[in-house]
Design a protein around this ligand. Structure first.
Ligand SMILES: [Zn+2]
Length: 229
């Protein structure tokens, strides 16, 4: 195959000195070391990009998309304990989904969502798929599903979907959830995940006792690791 035969010539690369350059027809490909380095760079960029896409897929709000454990504000020793526990939870979660559920309970502004987002980002970087679900969005999805004119899904389909994602982060559970049927929905969802041995991370401004009073967690509350701060 004369036409496709590769030819080569000596060149002087400004970065790598004397090199051999290959070519086909009248096209020359430049310094081989430079090309190898460029290819490596493109590969790294693509890896980084796909990591970013995985992070985007969690669905975190912009405020929490780039958070990390190290920028969580620690003001007292109790918080250092909380940080240690959540970091070790994230590490375990990255190795196996067989971890207990986690409740991050505390007042607004204590950084619960920040820590939940850190866990999700950490696990995602280790290729564990996490899904962020603000409790208000879940309820509006459910309410829309009850509107037979506009719905695109039934409520059981929504629950089934969130019931099956590998790691679910329910943010701000308990705020404004005063309707009994809403509590049943949450119980149903968390129960389904429990049966399938899939971990759920919950942030709430309720105490764990209040949360348990609202949502039926009898069978599973032993599995919840609890954080107070
Ligand atoms: Zn070069």
């Amino acid at each position: 195959m004369k036409l496709l035969s590769m030819k080569s010539r000596r060149i002087e690369c400004s970065l790598h000195g004397a090199q051999i350059e290959n070519g086909v027809f009248d096209r020359w490909f430049g310094c081989q070391v430079c090309s190898a380095q460029a290819a490596k760079l493109i590969e790294l960029e693509q890896k980084e990009k796909s990591k970013c896409e995985d992070i985007d897929r969690i669905g975190l709000p912009k405020l929490y998309r780039n958070v990390s454990f190290k920028d969580w504000e620690k003001t007292d020793n109790r918080q250092i304990e909380v940080l240690k526990t959540t970091l070790s939870y994230a590490q375990k979660l990255s190795q196996t989904l067989r971890v207990p559920n986690l409740v991050l309970s505390g007042n607004s502004g204590t950084g619960k969502t920040h820590l939940a987002a850190c866990i999700a980002r950490y696990a995602t970087r280790k290729l564990v798929r996490c899904t962020y679900l603000p409790s208000a969005s879940f309820m509006s999805e459910i309410r829309l599903s009850w509107d037979f004119k506009f719905r695109s899904k039934h409520d059981f389909e929504i629950i089934e979907y969130y019931g099956r994602v590998p790691v679910l982060i329910i943010d701000e559970l308990g705020i404004g959830d005063s309707v009994k049927s809403q509590h049943d929905l949450w119980s149903f969802l968390i129960d389904q995940r429990y049966r399938d041995l899939l971990p759920t991370i919950i942030t709430t401004n309720l105490t764990v006792t209040e949360l348990q009073a609202q949502i039926t967690l009898q069978r599973m509350h032993r599995r919840f690791a609890v954080q107070f701060y």
